[in-house]
Design a protein around this ligand. Structure first.
Ligand code: 0WD
Length: 258
């Protein structure tokens, strides 16, 4: 019997096959989950439908987290779920370089809305769809805790997201529903490439991390399998790092970040 047999998991945030959510879909499917996928808009609908087709043929729904009507329609149509993967973020490109103090009110609000409030909105709308004992997970990044130049308000939004994970873990704990975050190392995707200087980051992690390698979307997917499974029923409110151990380094050898 596969680890995720009998579990239905809703995965947001597939934009294309390089998305972290794509690696998560691959691994959840490989371990027996039934998948429901969502797409943000027409721009990514075909890619998401292709994923659904390739990984089990499950249903696909539109879901724009900035639109309460879209979230309401999702909750009315999706049925019961045992897991929810939040793999969504957006920050204006102009806010992913330069000085944090130059961030506009509008840019900050948009980043916080789509990258952090979206988890609250999703869970609020889907709370009656989630079975007791379900598992919720959100994707975060080290820039929430430490300074990663140019990550800027994306990091501030991730700090809010991680705090949201803890508060939701408390809210939902009485139903045995777990809420965790996965903090992934840098992976080249459409979103991450918007961060100024991103292209040098994976190699720095590869050089400076204890495991001396980069992380892939499928590595994140493997962690998602554990969090979605009954192996992690006593794990909640946590941030789990999938970054080849990079975050534990306090000083780097000569080849390290510079
Ligand atoms: O290095 C990286 N790539 C890391 C990413 C390291 C650590 C964490 N993460 C996080 C991101 O911050 C994000 O939360 O992982 C999550 C997924 O990001 P990704 O896989 O790197 O990027 P991408 O493939 O672009 O997926 C993000 C998706 C959007 O993609 P596009 O490219 O279309 O903007 O977030 C979704 C959308 O599919 N998204 C939305 N979904 C629903 N409603 C919305 C929205 N309003 N806005 C963006």
């Amino acid at each position: 019997m596969a680890l995720l047999d009998g579990k239905t998991i809703l995965v947001t945030g597939v934009a294309n096959r390089w998305s972290i959510a794509s690696g998560i879909v691959r691994q959840l499917h490989a371990h027996g989950a039934r998948l429901i996928l969502t797409y943000q808009g027409e721009r990514v609908e075909d890619a998401v439908r292709d994923h659904a087709e390739e990984y089990g043929g499950g249903p696909v729904f539109e879901c724009d987290v900035t639109n309460d009507g879209s979230l309401r329609a999702l909750s009315e149509n999706v049925g019961k779920i045992d897991g929810l993967v939040h793999s969504i973020a957006f920050v204006k490109k102009e806010d992913l370089s330069g000085k944090v103090y130059d961030t506009s009110r509008d840019g900050f609000t948009m980043a916080m809305d789509i990258s952090a409030y979206s988890l609250i909105a999703l869970v609020g709308h889907l709370k009656n769809n989630l079975n007791d004992g379900a598992s919720i997970m959100a994707m975060t990044y080290l820039g929430s805790l430490q300074i990663v130049p140019n990550y800027n308000i994306a990091g501030i939004a991730k700090a809010a997201l991680e705090s949201t994970v803890r508060y939701l873990a408390y809210d939902l704990g009485e139903r045995g529903i777990r809420v965790n975050a996965i903090s992934a190392g840098p992976i080249k995707t459409a979103s991450s490439r918007q961060v100024a200087g991103f292209s040098a980051m994976p190699a720095k992690v590869g050089a400076a991390s204890p495991l001396k390698r980069n992380v892939s979307a499928d590595d994140v997917g493997n962690c998602a399998v554990y969090l979605a499974s009954d192996l992690s029923t006593q794990v909640t409110g946590d941030v789990h790092f999938v970054d080849a151990g990079y975050h534990v380094m306090g000083m780097y050898p000569e080849a390290g970040p510079g």
